[in-house]
Design a binder for this molecule. Structure first.
Ligand code: UFG
Length: 317
């Protein structure tokens, strides 16, 4: 298939681009390189370095049969301080992309949504029919795009899938996380293990969990790529599907730190800090729906394996 990958120079987008190329799809990456890296775009894909707001000429020229849309601002903290950027890029940019698709007669899309659309869960594991009450602008902006896709499916015959990622981690095809501002637990812990940072601050150890630290569902980026390839042809015209993507097993911050120590063989000094605003105690996915509908099954559920893949790629740079 001829596909356009918006945000294909970022962490998840570049891994999925590599997976699409391996599956012999023809890929154009659209990315304004504001947080992505041109050298992360796999050889074999063509890069158009423009923003979502400028996507119409690219769509008109490439005439893709489908779009995979990863392009977004994704820092929860920044979304609270500078909401305008999140509404403009995540919502305004997505609207421009959908309009560009419509104009180019392309109606198939897989969108990167997030567990942050659910907010503080009433119960875990979280299913797709759980209430969506985001607790930050990032989650609200992603939820707005989910709603946009439902209405474009109904009104314009779009065939859409929203994949709600939980905590994406690990590395594949030599591509891992590389953010100028790193906020995620595993890459920060690996930087501490590598001696690039002094210590990891654990954001609270008084949560109602067995060891007092927050529990998250870490899903390997390669398993996520599998899900995108399965999701791409799945919906019929006029259909918008929503799927959670996680391992269904939660690991605490303490367990992640232990895994990083074990995998790297290096000390990881830890300082216990305050809770980070807006962090729920537990976020664990039920991925039963995508397992049942599309036969998706994660292959890398072992935390040490996820950490090892991230470590190996971070050491190679
Ligand atoms: N944590 C620390 N210290 C750090 C960094 C993180 O203790 O230096 C803790 C956090 O408090 C949290 C856990 O490690 O309990 C994981 O934090 P991350 O920042 O790695 O991930 P989040 O769960 O906050 O965020 C992820 C995605 C977001 C998404 C959110 C909810 O990265 O995009 O899940 O779906 F919004």
């Amino acid at each position: 298939m001829r596909v356009l990958v918006a945000g294909g120079a970022g962490y998840i987008g570049s891994v999925v681009t590599a997976a699409l190329l391996t599956a012999r799809h023809e890929v154009t990456v659209l990315d304004d390189l504001s947080t992505g890296h041109a050298d992360a775009v796999p050889a074999g894909a063509t890069l158009a370095a423009v923003s979502l707001h400028e996507s119409a000429p690219v769509l008109a020229e490439v005439r893709p049969e489908a779009v995979l849309h990863f392009a977004a601002k994704s820092l929860v903290g920044a979304s609270q301080q500078r909401p305008h950027e999140y509404w403009e890029t995540n919502v305004g940019g997505s609207l421009a992309l959908l309009e560009a698709m419509k104009a180019a007669d392309c109606r198939r899309i897989v969108f990167s949504s997030t567990a942050a659309t659910y907010g503080e869960p009433e119960s875990v594991p979280i299913r797709e029919d759980a209430p969506t009450r985001p607790t930050n602008t990032y989650g609200a902006s992603k939820l707005a795009v989910d709603h946009m896709l439902t209405s474009y499916a109904v009104a314009h015959g779009f065939a859409a899938v929203s994949l709600r990622y939980f905590n994406v981690a690990g590395a594949a095809y030599g591509l891992g996380e590389r953010h100028a501002t790193e906020t995620h637990l595993i890459p920060i812990a690996l930087e501490v293990a590598a001696g690039k940072r002094e210590a990891l601050t654990v954001y609270g150890e008084d949560y109602p969990t067995p060891d007092g630290t927050c529990i998250r569902d870490y899903v390997h980026v390669e398993d996520l790529a599998d899900a995108h390839l399965l999701a791409l042809p799945a919906p019929a015209e006029g259909e918008h599907r929503i799927y959670n993507l996680g391992n269904g097993t939660g690991f605490s911050v303490q367990e992640v730190v232990d895994a990083v120590r074990q995998v790297t063989g290096h000390p990881v000094p830890v300082v216990v800090g305050e809770r980070r605003a807006g962090d729920p105690a537990q976020l664990v996915a039920s991925s039963d729906r995508i397992r049942a509908d599309l036969g998706w099954a994660p292959r890398h559920t072992d935390l040490a394996g996820i950490v090892r893949d991230a470590w190996t790629v971070s050491q190679a740079r």
